[in-house]
Design a protein around this ligand. Structure first.
Ligand SMILES: [Zn+2]
Length: 294
């Protein structure tokens, strides 16, 4: 069953800026607000986790992402108990997440996405770099995921608390342990984030109200990891928009927002933009005489 995900993260229409007004002097991404300013709700489509993994982990790259998806990387009230405090700078509201927290979150997602890509492409050589079969002098054996930022024992002969049954794996294989490692990573993230399931009444084109089960992530990281889980479970094929907007879209029929299998752009707007770009290139190719000669 496809999970219905409802996310209403806020995006400041006035944008964001990095501020170091916090007590710890760490740079934090804060929303620019004014009296009666406009807030829109973030549209975090299924492919948003892939866009996030692509984010250039610099102040500019993160600011660009936040301008589209919002700044609520995690629950500020949940973590610090001081949600949305005015930090003393007029027009800048809230402490926001630190640059380090953003960079860590991007690196974490990137690691998950790389593992997923390796699994999908059946890149056995690449997977061998992170899936390691080990043996101890006492004869115990295990297979672990050894990534850049994360180490995780997938299966062990001596114990299987929270791990996969060792005997279900063929020694030396990497694909299945990699799939387990990815599943364990996503589950670990989902457990650590606040995602509240609840019932809601929906009309859904019918006259009768229908009850539906919704998952309501409360922050950006939660919704992106949940989207990742959904894409994985659905086996959806994702494609990057060719118009350079940075978005990814599903091309598997039935996935939310799915486009046709031959689509190369995420939206009609981007299709138009790509067409214009191509027309421009064509024009230049056809009229070399217009170029200034050296
Ligand atoms: Zn696009």
């Amino acid at each position: 069953m496809e999970a219905t995900i409802l996310y209403q993260g806020e995006v400041s229409e006035l944008g964001y800026q990095w501020t170091t007004n916090g007590r710890d002097k760490e740079p934090r991404l804060a929303a620019i607000v004014e009296e009666g300013c406009l807030i829109r709700y973030a549209d975090v489509q299924p492919g948003a986790f892939l866009t996030f993994a692509d984010v250039e982990p610099t102040k500019d790259g993160i600011l660009r992402f936040a301008s589209e998806y919002g700044h609520e990387l995690y629950d500020f009230d949940f973590l610090s108990g001081r949600s949305r405090l005015n930090n003393g700078q007029p027009g800048v509201w809230g402490y926001g997440a630190t640059l380090q927290a953003w960079q860590d979150a991007v690196a974490d997602m990137r690691e998950g996405v790389n593992l997923w890509r390796g699994v999908k492409a059946r890149d056995l050589e690449g997977l061998k770099e992170v899936i390691k079969w080990r043996e101890n002098k006492d004869g115990s054996k295990w297979v672990s995921y050894e990534g850049k930022n994360r180490q995780d024992i997938v299966a062990h002969t001596a114990y299987h608390r929270n791990a996969v049954e060792y005997s279900t794996l063929r020694e030396g294989e990497v694909l299945l342990p990699a799939r387990y490692a990815l599943q364990r990573l996503i589950n670990a993230r989902l457990e650590g984030l606040k995602i509240v399931p609840h019932l809601t009444m929906m009309r859904d084109g019918q006259t009768e109200l229908e009850q539906r089960l919704l998952f309501q992530p409360s922050n950006l990281q939660a919704v992106m990891w949940l989207r990742f889980a959904e894409v994985l479970a659905g086996g959806w094929e994702m494609r990057k928009c060719a118009a350079g907007c940075g978005r990814y879209f599903p091309i598997t029929p039935g996935a939310p927002g799915a486009r046709r299998a031959d689509s190369v752009t995420c939206s009609d707007k981007c299709r138009q933009r790509l067409k214009q770009q191509n027309d421009e290139t064509q024009k230049h190719k056809k009229s070399p005489q217009k170029r200034t000669s050296r």
